[in-house]
Design a binder for this molecule. Structure first.
Ligand SMILES: Cc1cc2nc3c(=O)[nH]c(=O)nc-3n(C[C@H](O)[C@H](O)[C@H](O)COP(=O)(O)OP(=O)(O)OC[C@H]3O[C@@H](n4cnc5c(N)ncnc54)[C@H](O)[C@@H]3O)c2cc1C
Length: 401
């Protein structure tokens, strides 16, 4: 009898798992993907949206025709939670039974992690398309009516790199609008040094970043904790108050509600602990991949930092999940990927990003032009077209047992 494999989430982790499984199983078992939307939203491009470089239709695509072609069923709904013992996915319409479950629901911004953080009121945000859209309008207004600018990442933030990219894009636009000398700019971060990215990335990029920030008179502060956000004011834990007419703060990211509220599924932050087969520790038929997975922090920092999650590490986990489920069902190799290895992949990604954004940039006279070019190069590597093409190719995974 055909087994039911249900995957929740159709972004980097869920989409990659579904396609890899379809290729491995050849219709021998049922694959169902559930997501609140069939559109794959390319989250990394949200950093570009507020500056008008990309539009929603440029950074998302409909997975339905692709799933149809591969014989994958898709259900568009919001999952409320899971019954782990009865093996059910709970949705408003019905409970969906599974033999194997893959949780690829990612994370969500935890605005409560910073007192007073009300997106759209006390800070602008780029953590979702809706927020990025509002930030885009606010940024346009800001360029017409500039004032003090604060960009940063709070204690426990997971995506520090998004703050740097936002900063570089902001600087580039300030320069284009001849506002660089008129706008006081602050960069505040919980990281112990610039470009640490929450994972101890290449410290040599830090010097390059410092040089650029100093050149543009950016007041930067590391190991900084935010006590409270107020309208037009950022209050730091040391009592310092920074006036701002526009701020964009990256908050902490935690697991989504459906995962956090299911008993015995995740830790208090809603992140799922898995073994090296990406299986839940207590439920071997439940797997997790992508940013929904808990990755322990290796080094303590003065102000706590979250571990950055990356698209590549999500895909690696997704492929491991697909191989391991397929191996269970039809035999064949399995993939082991300890979380420490996932951590290393995230670190490599961050080193790469640091190199693109900062290494050598300070040696160049027109460094902001270089930065814009560097960021575009990064974006090009992550373009949707490339992504769709690549997602049809299973890489040679040399760690198959
Ligand atoms: C602003 C920003 C910039 C970033 N830049 C980069 C970058 O430059 N490089 C990089 O590698 N990474 C970057 N990242 C991180 C990267 O986006 C994540 O690592 C990646 O998206 C994780 O993929 P995922 O599939 O695990 O989860 P997600 O992409 O978060 O996808 C989760 C999916 O699950 C669905 N879902 C969640 N809950 C439910 C529910 N209850 N019911 C139904 N569906 C649900 C969602 O709709 C979504 O489709 C960035 C992230 C942000 C926020």
């Amino acid at each position: 009898m055909k087994k039911q494999i249900v995957i929740v989430g159709t972004s980097f982790a869920g989409y990659s798992t579904a396609l890899s499984l379809a290729k491995l199983l050849h219709d021998r078992h049922e694959i169902t993907v559930i997501d609140r939307s069939s559109d794959f939203m390319f989250l990394p491009s949200l950093v570009w949206h507020p500056f008008g470089y990309r539009h929603p239709e440029d950074i998302s695509f409909d997975t339905l025709p692709i799933f149809d072609k591969q014989g994958i069923k898709f259900i568009e709904t919001t999952v409320y939670g899971f019954d782990l013992n009865e093996q059910l996915v709970i949705t408003p319409e019905k409970d969906i039974p599974f033999d194997y479950l893959v949780i690829a629901t990612g994370t969500k911004a935890n605005y409560d992690s910073v007192k007073g953080y009300v997106p759209g009121t006390t800070s602008w945000s780029i953590c979702s398309m809706a927020e990025a859209e509002r930030t885009r309008k606010a940024w346009k207004d800001f360029l017409r009516n500039p004032g003090p600018l604060v960009i940063g990442a709070s204690q426990w933030a997971g995506y520090f790199f998004a703050a740097y990219e936002f900063m570089m894009n902001a600087l580039y636009q300030l320069k284009s609008h001849h506002l660089l000398s008129k706008v006081p700019v602050h960069f505040i971060t919980a990281e112990p040094y610039l470009t640490h990215f929450g994972i101890g990335s290449a410290p040599e990029d830090s010097k390059a970043c410092e040089a650029i920030f100093d050149r543009y008179n950016i007041q930067w502060k590391t190991s900084t904790e935010i006590r409270e956000l107020k309208e037009r004011e950022v209050i730091l834990e040391n009592g310092e108050r920074i006036v701002s007419d526009f701020n964009m703060i990256i908050p902490q990211f935690i697991g989504v509600d459906a995962v956090r509220t299911t008993r015995n599924l995740a830790n208090p932050f809603g992140l799922i602990h898995v073994n090296e087969k990406c299986q839940h520790r207590d439920y071997p038929n439940i797997y997790a991949a992508g940013s929904a997975v808990y990755i322990p922090q290796k080094e303590e920092t003065l102000v706590p930092c979250g571990v950055p999650r990356t698209r590549y590490s999500s895909e690696i986990m997704a492929k491991a999940v697909a191989y391991n489920i397929a191996s269970d069902l039809i035999g064949g190799g399995t993939i082991s990927i300890p979380v420490e290895r996932v951590y290393e992949y995230c670190k490599q990604d961050m080193d790469h990003l640091g190199a693109i954004l900062f290494r050598h940039a300070h040696e160049i006279e027109h460094d902001l032009d270089f930065i814009a070019k560097g960021s575009q190069e990064k974006w090009a590597n992550m373009s949707i077209e490339t992504y769709i093409e690549n997602s049809f190719e299973l890489e040679n995974l040399n760690f198959i047992n």
